[in-house]
Design a protein around this ligand. Structure first.
Ligand code: AMP
Ligand code: GLY
Length: 439
């Protein structure tokens, strides 16, 4: 088989690793291609010089090279209709169609779907550049904090929590007058602020049936104790399933995942691929937890994927194929009884200004049951060194058979071996898990 993976971040490194180690990939002597690649991906795949959003070129490449199966990592090509373009040419592909991917690419579509199918989510109101006066009036008489969300894709930056009217007014001025997110912010929602703890869930679905992967928890803030600016994610751990009990688990599957998939079918937007459900588990009354959807994404999450995929024991490539071939009911998901922790190594200064081009040392001698997935890396001109090339550089993942604490310890021990100038990482990944088991 020839497999094409679209994307080249830490998430795609974890997906590539999962595919590369699948028995079905190994036994059929398959090959993997990745769009653009990077020094980590290049160890297991052949880089091709086409960007993820160059859909026409990717279709031509897949036809010319007889690619058997394509897997899409990032949201942009999905929102541009890569799945529709491939399927039109009878090319097999993993991911949702453009209309289904609107669950991520339009927050207004997602919220309206949840409202229609009674899927628990924060209360909200929808506004646009044409009714700013109404938005201001609404903001004037609301209780704070509130959350303002750009409708369209904004590289994870379009969600802003505001504490008073002045802040809120500045945000909508930025969205509408200053167009900080281009057209993506011209429509927006104002949403109730929920409190609780967040969990991420990936379900792999063929539109009807689904396989739920272990829950995970992201750490979005740059600073320890979840302080400071939002980032693309500074670490994750999995499974986070013991943060919830059986009733909440059932509630999430029956009250959120199933009505979402069924609703999408009813809307003529059958959802195939990975549905990422970002959840807030709130305490409605003392001791009574209730899950709410914070967001849907039309793809795997970063960095949760790096912690979740190494836990999958059954054939990962077959899981992705089962989604595309609408055979999820025939697939038996098996998961290792292990614990996984992922810590992101970043350039100091990220998510604001940072330097790049620093030599990374200690990359290739990782221990058993650890993984180093590359995000922002590149080769030096003479190809002898690997250099930093972004804000988030590496995802270091360690597993443990014993406990989450042990996987966290193994992860930080692995990080000791790696070094580059101005390396920054959070030292407290998993702190909420620890709190939950100590309580
Ligand atoms: P999103 O991009 O929609 O996941 O939002 C980014 C982050 O903003 C989430 O992970 C939450 O931490 C926070 N957030 C989004 N919506 C809400 C909400 N309604 N209440 C509280 N926090 C929220
Ligand atoms: N971990 C958040 C995201 O992938 O959107």
């Amino acid at each position: 088989m020839k497999i094409l993976l679209v994307g080249n971040g830490g998430r795609e490194n974890a997906i590539a690793n999962g595919i590369y180690n699948s028995p079905s990939f190994i036994n059929s002597k398959s090959v993997l291609y990745t769009t653009i690649g990077n020094p980590g991906l290049d160890k297991i795949s052949t880089p091709i010089d086409i960007k993820p959003a160059e859909i026409d070129k990717l279709v031509l490449f897949a036809k010319k090279e007889n690619i058997h199966f394509t897997v899409v990592g990032p949201e942009i090509p999905l929102s541009l209709g890569i799945v529709d373009a491939f399927e039109k040419e009878n090319l097999k592909i993993f991911g949702p169609s453009r209309k289904a991917a609107e669950l991520e690419s339009s927050k207004i579509f997602a919220k309206n779907l949840m409202k229609k199918y009674r899927i628990p989510t924060a209360e909200y109101k929808e506004f646009n550049s044409g009714n700013l006066k109404d938005a201001c009036e609404y903001l004037m008489y609301s209780k704070y904090p509130l959350v303002i969300k750009a409708d369209g894709l904004a590289a994870g930056k379009g969600v802003i929590i505001v504490n008073n009217y002045a802040e809120a007014k500045d945000v909508i001025t930025d969205f509408v007058d200053n167009k900080v997110f281009g057209d993506a912010g011209l429509n927006f929602i104002i949403e109730e602020f929920l409190t609780g703890f967040e969990l991420s869930l990936f379900v792999i679905t063929d539109g009807i049936n689904y396989a739920a992967l272990p829950f995970s928890q992201d750490h979005k803030k740059i600073g320890e104790g979840d302080t400071g600016k939002n980032t693309g994610g500074m670490g994750a751990y999995a499974p986070a399933d013991n943060m919830i009990d059986k009733d909440i688990y059932e509630n999430i599957m029956m009250g959120i995942i199933e009505p979402t998939l069924q609703g999408m079918v009813k809307e003529g937007r059958k959802y195939k691929g990975c549905l990422y459900c970002g959840l807030m588990i709130t305490e409605k009354s003392p001791g009574a937890l209730q899950p709410y959807v914070i967001e849907f994404n039309a793809r795997f999450g970063d960095p949760e994927t790096q912690s979740v995929l190494p836990l999958i024991k059954s054939d990962f490539l077959e899981l992705l194929l089962a989604s595309a071939e609408e055979k999820i009911n025939e697939y038996r998901l098996e998961v290792y009884d292990k614990y996984s922790c992922c810590v992101i190594l970043a350039s100091a200064g990220y998510p604001e200004k940072y330097e790049t081009g620093k030599i990374i040392q200690g990359l290739w001698n990782n221990s058993k049951d650890t993984f180093i997935f590359h995000s922002g890396t590149r080769y030096s001109a003479d190809k002898k060194d690997v250099l930093t090339n972004g804000g988030r550089i590496l995802s270091v993942v360690a597993l443990s058979d014993i406990s989450m604490e042990d996987s966290i310890k193994n992860c930080y021990a692995e990080i000791e071996k790696i070094n580059f100038e101005n390396m920054y990482f959070r030292k407290d990944i998993g702190f909420k898990y620890k709190k939950s088991i100590n309580k």
